[in-house]
Design a binder for this molecule. Sequence first.
Ligand SMILES: C[S@@+](CC[C@H](N)C(=O)[O-])C[C@H]1O[C@@H](n2cnc3c(N)ncnc32)[C@H](O)[C@@H]1O
Length: 310
Amino acid sequence: MVGKYRDLHRLLLWRQLGGGWQPQSAFASPEQPLHLEIVFVNGEYLLRQALQRPQHNFLGLELHWGSVRRCLRRLAHSQVNNVRLLQADARMALSRLLPDSCAESFVALFPCPWPKREHERYRLFSRAFMAHLNRVCRGGGLVVTDHKGLVEFALAQVEGSGLSLSVVEVEANYDTKYERRWIGQGQQWFYELHYRPVGPSGVVKMAEVAGNTLTCQQFDPTGAHLQGSHHEVVVEFRNQVYDSERKIWMVLTTVVEDDLTQSFWIEAALSAEDGLWHIRPALGGGYLPTVGVQKALSLVQQSGQQVETR
Ligand SMILES: C[S@@+](CC[C@H](N)C(=O)[O-])C[C@H]1O[C@@H](n2cnc3c(N)ncnc32)[C@H](O)[C@@H]1O
């Protein structure tokens, strides 16, 4: 893929990161201090920061591929090497991927205000999100918004996160797509929300599990009777395929837990070495090792007749 995205090395695929990921390891100079930019859209502020501060590393979090793609192109043109991008829901990345105190600061410019009351639940910067930002970023951070309602929401949410919040009214200062948009609509004053750590976050990174391969002595791929689960962790089994020559059976599995939905293939393969069926996520698809993934493996194992754990 020469051209548009030729510098794909800046893109991190979170399903491929595995357990215990350390974000510094993704950078050419891992010893440099790390900063997060959440909702970077086309990445113009991210790039300016990276160019102005080459002795620092920057990790961008953004949900939509269109924005990530535009940012990748921008970064490729400038050839900066101190930026990496995660296309992910920032809430999931903060609660499940980023370890304690791995970053110095965060910034989020003009996040969606979700002005309608019934949409408030979509707002970032809830108490839980702020607590995770406090857990991950040693030095607090900055949110900039045009929207008074979002400022009030942020003030109401900060208590219990271990952060303090002070709000300053400022003129346009960031020269980003959305700042220019609001200026174009006549807005002159914006709000800077300065968050500072004042205590413990009170939250922990959500548990990863070791990702054990399970085994069973007997497994009948043609007669496997799989039952999903619909409790705290929802597991749904869908398409199955069986390679009878190589004795590899696979089932497409969806696991839903809290803020995370993952779809991946689980394989059961008969090992010539020990004569057991080995049950694990199939290689190549990528998944985050969670309690839910392990639950799905156990359900497959239970559909075998004799149960053993390696
Ligand atoms: C208004 S734009 C941000 C404006 C941009 N920073 C600027 O100053 O021009 C909001 C962005 O937030 C992203 N977004 C919304 N929810 C998100 C989430 N949960 N995680 C990551 N990005 C999210 C959207 O994809 C969208 O690109």
